[in-house]
Structure formats: C-alpha cells, structure tokens
Design a binder for this molecule. Structure first.
Ligand code: SAM
Ligand code: SF4
Length: 327
C-alpha cells in the first residue's frame, strides 16, 4: 500500500497527458502567449503505462486522465485501452471539455472508460464563448447527449464564479433533475496562468446556502471519507448535486490522490510545486522497484493539507495554469 505519514492511503492517480488545449477558459489559461511544452518533454504513453503499473503494484486502483484537454493528444483511446488492462487498475476516468470527443463516445466503454467528468460552466452559448474564448458550446452538448445515450456515467463540473455564471446555479443543478448525472460546483482556484488570482471566488459555504435557498428538501448525503464533493440529494432529481471546496480545502483530511503532470512531475498535493521528477527516473537507469521506493518516500511526506503545501513552496504557484496541473 502507498500511504503518507498522516495515515492516508493513496489509491487514486491523476495523470495529465498533455498541457495543450483547444479552449482558453479564462480561469485556467491566458488567451495567448502560452509556452506549451515540447513534445519530447511530455511523458510518452509507454512511460505513463510503466508508471501506472508501478502505482498499481502499490495499490493504486483508480486513474483519472486529464490535461490540458486529454482528447487533443493523438491516440488517447488505444492508450486508455492498455491502461485499463493493467492488473490492479479497476477504474479509468477522464475529465474533458467535451469539444473534440463527440465522434469517439461510442468507443469509450470498449476502451475501458468507467466515467466522464464533463466540464461545463454555462448553458448559454454566448457565455460559453466569453468564458472559454472559443465557440464550441454545441459540440460539448453533443458529447453530453452521446454520453447519456451510451450509458456512460457522467459528472458535470461547473466552476461557479461570482458575477460570471452564478446566476446559472439553479439551471445547472436542474440538469441533475432532468438527467441521471451529478452536477458539481467547484470553487475557483488561482491557477489561471497569469497570477490574477481567483477574483470571482464563490465559497463552498455560500454555494451551499444558495442551494438550500433554491431547493426545498435538499439533503446532505453521507460520502466516503476520500470524496472531494459534498453531495446532496434533491427530491425528484435523477442525479445528485455536489460542491467541491477546491480552494477552501476542507477536504484534505481524506485525500487519497496524487498527480503526475504532463512532464512527469509527481505532485502529492494540488497546491505543491512538484516533489519528484519521475521523467528523469523513467528515462534514466532506475528499475521499477527503485522508482517505487522513491515514490513511496515522496508520498510519505505528502503535506497535511493544501495550505501546508502552499507554505512549503518558495514562490507562489498561482501563476501556474491548471492545464499544466491537470485539475
Ligand atoms: N480540459 C479538461 C477539462 O476542462 O475538463 C481537463 C483539464 S481541466 C484543467 C480539469 C478541471 O479543472 C476542469 O473541470 C476545469 O473546470 C477545472 N479548472 C481549471 N482551472 C480551474 C480553476 N482556476 N479553478 C477551479 N477549477 C479549474
Ligand atoms: Fe482547457 Fe480544461 Fe483549461 Fe478549459 S479548463 S482551458 S478546457 S484545460
């Protein structure tokens, strides 16, 4: 088992397969002037598969593919197919903006995808353009409906921002009434690639208050210790609604996850700066057991929470883009 000095077991790996994206969500990336990493600096699929096997041997049983936009990387589905076949990996999920995957959805199950987190911050086409700086709302909705038709479990992630899209809280939540999906509201984090901070933060507490005002009979559900979302059921709803306190970080005590960035940096906390250069290890002479041992010692030192991780880094990392972290 992979565990840390605070007694948390790590069973969930988030693998960012690219830093590139076809959208430019303003809370994630600047509109232009982005230095995407060169291809040779990205972990290859073979390197990622080796890493996944090493992690699986230490008890990691769930992998999430993220990015950047994972589907802009070529041959993603054959990679996921091989990943999901690794003994010990029980679930492979993908977080996507849904803009380029519509044509592939029918192949998802066969590839071994257990569920999709679809990022959608608005149901208004004009606002979608304002937030993402691209006109691809219709493609996302097409992906959404195809996912439902194919029976793939869907969670909608909405970054809920004060004065930007918070007037759509109820309309977005109603997607969980009309469809069997979970709709989760995320706090804005300061990883936007330009150091501007999370100016439109709406705290989890405020979001919860608004949900209570909007939906009579809304009830908090019991969730597993490692669950990041506080989940609620609402009478007559097919799915649930949830809140992810990604900035106020009240969930760190149950954290069971680690991250690998597109360039192979191990992050034991979303808010750290990378604690281990896995790419150097993978491309050097280290064998799997040495790499596993090195990962174990890095994970052992996982910060107690995101605030401790932030204190430990020398310079504020909030100039970083979420696309280089993987969300
Ligand atoms: N491109 C894919 C997508 O958008 O779903 C996957 C990568 S994206 C970085 C992963 C998640 O992080 C998305 O749900 C996105 O909304 C969220 N995200 C990005 N920047 C964020 C920020 N500054 N604060 C909160 N969530 C953010
Ligand atoms: Fe791209 Fe996802 Fe970042 Fe939006 S949130 S710019 S879709 S990586």
């Amino acid at each position: 088992m992979l565990s840390d000095k605070h007694g948390r077991t790590i069973s969930y790996l988030r693998l960012a397969v690219t830093d590139r994206c076809n959208l430019r969500c303003y809370y994630c990336m600047p509109e232009c002037g982005i230095d995407f990493v060169q291809r040779k600096e990205l972990l290859s699929y073979e390197e990622m598969l080796r890493l996944a096997q090493i992690h699986a041997d230490m008890g990691v049983n769930k992998v999430r593919i993220t990015g950047g936009e994972p589907f802009v990387r070529k041959d993603l589905l054959p990679f996921i197919n091989r990943l999901s076949a690794i003994p010990g990996i029980d679930e492979v999920h993908v977080t996507t903006n849904g803009t380029v995957s519509a044509g592939m959805v029918s192949q998802f199950k066969e590839a071994g995808i257990s569920g999709i987190n679809l990022s959608l911050d608005t149901l208004r086409k004009d606002r979608f353009f304002e937030i993402t700086r691209r006109d691809q709302f219709d493609e996302v909705m097409r992906t959404f409906h195809q996912l439902l038709e194919c029976g793939i479990p869907v969670k909608i992630n909405m970054v809920l921002m004060n004065g930007v899209n918070d007037d759509e809280l109820v309309d977005m939540a109603l997607l969980a009434r009309d469809y069997p999906v979970d709709v989760r509201f995320l706090e804005e984090m300061p990883f936007n690639g330009n150091g501007a901070g999370n100016k439109h933060l709406l705290s989890a507490r405020m979001i919860e208050e608004r949900l209570h005002q909007a939906f009579e009979g809304i009830t908090k559900l019991h969730s597993p210790h490692h669950e990041t979302a506080t989940r609620f059921s609402v009478p007559e709803f097919k799915g649930n609604v949830g809140i992810i306190p990604s900035f106020t970080r009240t969930i760190c005590g149950g954290c069971n996850r680690i991250r690998v960035t597109p360039t192979g940096q191990l992050k034991t906390c979303l808010y750290d700066n990378g604690v281990l250069d896995l790419k150097a290890l993978l491309r050097g002479t280290a064998d799997d057991s040495f790499i596993a041992q090195t990962i174990r010692s890095a994970v052992d030192k996982k910060p107690k929470d995101g605030f401790e991780a932030e204190r430990q880094i020398q310079e504020s990392s909030n100039r970083e883009s979420m696309a280089t972290i993987g969300g």
